[in-house]
Design a protein around this ligand. Structure first.
Ligand SMILES: Cc1cc2nc3c(=O)[nH]c(=O)nc-3n(C[C@H](O)[C@H](O)[C@H](O)COP(=O)(O)OP(=O)(O)OC[C@H]3O[C@@H](n4cnc5c(N)ncnc54)[C@H](O)[C@@H]3O)c2cc1C
Length: 426
């Protein structure tokens, strides 16, 4: 925020929280469950909403705001799924396995339904090609004996009607002989899960948004003027200003820099490395027909995705890396990271011992202290919404979160406490 504009005024917390019905904690779960099977909605309101950020969170939110009858301008400094964004790259895991966090299981179920609906709805949107978002490979979790996260997940998965199977190491090894199950005491296979295409999906969401009448501008934006407890306009990187009734900042890892006072310590961008290793010629054991997405719940937590688009086996360490600047950070992987990835690969996938590195990426998580998302009003501007904190698991939820955010923003509802900023202070 710069100097020549008014600073946000302090609104009493009670004042900005009031207004509209609340979507309380207990009802949020019911909200996602009731959504299953529903389609498009509309409302008579026609406010102008500016959504800043066309990643997994902002793109879907813009689309659902449009469908609820708003006039929507979507802005992105570098484009949907760009190589700096957290939604960039090739693939993301989609799984409903969430330990005790039943709400995310319900969100995943709704999101998966929406991913599949849109895959069918946008048959030729992407340069004449059929966009395929969801690849149903299944997700195999490899667990140690006392893995509470997986044990807690099982009843929720069953309750949500997810097709799951538990395997002992011998069963798992028979089913997946390309994996060495040494040290693994049981495995959980979530069958109706897998991976999503990342950048491709973000581009398709933008195309869908444009086709339904949305306005997109490839510009950077910053809050320009606060008046009367509201943000009234944005300053854009072409020197123009944009006025709107409501603003949704969905700028992923950039949010703490844009709102340092509110989010500076609540969203931490961390550097994450991803590796793609080459498989032997003509060997289909590591392609998605034969290998599920997998997670190895050890220390560190490793995970991977079979090679989509012939990119080789994707492998990553989920441990939060050092702080990272999403704009200026260099995206070259470290020698230590590569060495550790190779060591793990050779142990868990013996046929890939010594496999060549084909590609590598550096991305960033934008983690909150509790790994839950943020969807809340800015404390000093009642028409300014903050949406982010994907914390390494947000991509899959894009459509369900966008649908929820659109309802909350337009119907002036109070978001679920789990996503409110107040959880960090209370
Ligand atoms: C390596 C890695 C692996 C992951 N794995 C998974 C996974 O397996 N499953 C899963 O569900 N999730 C996963 N995630 C998390 C998930 O990808 C993110 O939580 C999600 O993509 C965040 O989306 P976003 O829209 O909030 O942020 P972003 O995608 O970063 O979007 C923000 C957008 O805002 C734009 N922007 C920023 N500042 C401005 C500005 N001032 N003006 C205009 N535009 C601006 C940027 O250009 C960007 O496009 C992973 C993330 C990473 C990095």
């Amino acid at each position: 925020m710069d100097d020549d504009k008014a600073q946000p005024e302090q609104l009493p917390r009670r004042q900005f929280l009031k207004g509209g019905a609340s979507l309380g904690a207990a009802s949020l779960l019911a909200w996602f469950e009731s959504r299953a099977g529903q389609g498009k909605e509309s409302s008579g309101m026609k406010p102008h909403v500016a959504v800043i950020g066309a990643g997994a969170f902002g793109g879907w939110t813009a689309l659902y705001l449009l469908r609820r009858g708003a006039r929507v301008t979507l802005l992105d400094a570098w484009g949907p799924g760009n190589s700096r964004s957290s939604s960039g790259g090739e693939t993301r895991v989609i799984r409903a396995t969430y330990g005790r966090e039943k709400i995310y299981t319900a969100m995943t179920v709704r999101a998966l339904q929406l991913w599949q609906e849109h895959e069918a709805r946008w048959p030729r949107s992407l340069r004449g090609r059929q966009p395929r978002f969801f690849h149903r490979t299944g997700v195999l979790w490899m667990a140690r004996k006392d893995d509470a996260f997986l044990k807690d997940s099982v009843p929720h998965l069953r309750e949500a009607g997810r097709d799951t199977e538990t395997l002992d190491p011998a069963q798992a090894a028979r089913r997946y002989p390309q994996i060495n199950f040494e040290g693994i005491e049981w495995a959980l296979l979530e069958k109706d899960a897998g991976y999503l295409t990342a950048r491709l999906a973000c581009e398709a969401v933008l195309e869908g948004f444009l086709a339904e009448g949305g306005d997109y501008r490839a510009l950077s934006a910053e809050p320009a003027q606060f008046t009367g407890g509201k943000l009234s306009r944005l300053r854009l990187s072409d020197g123009s200003v944009l006025e709107a009734d409501l603003f949704v900042f969905a700028c992923g890892p950039w949010l703490p820099k844009i709102f340092p006072d509110v989010l500076g310590t609540l969203i931490r961008p961390t550097r994450q490395e991803i590796f793609f290793f080459g498989t032997p010629a003509g060997d289909a054991r590591f392609s998605e027909e034969n290998l599920p997405v997998w997670g190895d719940a050890g220390d560190p937590f490793m995970y991977g995705i079979p090679g989509n688009a012939h990119r080789g086996l994707k492998l990553a360490d989920d441990t939060r890396g050092p702080d990272f600047d999403p704009t200026s950070g260099e995206r070259t992987v470290s020698a230590e990271g590569l060495e550790a990835a190779r060591r793990y690969l050779g142990f868990r996938f013996p046929a890939l011992k010594g496999a060549p590195l084909l590609e590598a990426r550096v991305c960033q998580y934008e983690g909150t202290p509790d790994s839950h998302f943020i969807l809340d009003r800015h404390p000093q501007a009642q028409n300014l919404w903050l949406l982010g904190g994907g914390s390494g698991h947000g991509f899959k939820h894009g459509p369900a979160l966008g649908e929820l955010a659109a309802e909350i923003v337009l119907e002036k509802k109070t978001p679920e406490p789990l996503f409110q900023l107040g959880r960090f202070t209370s």
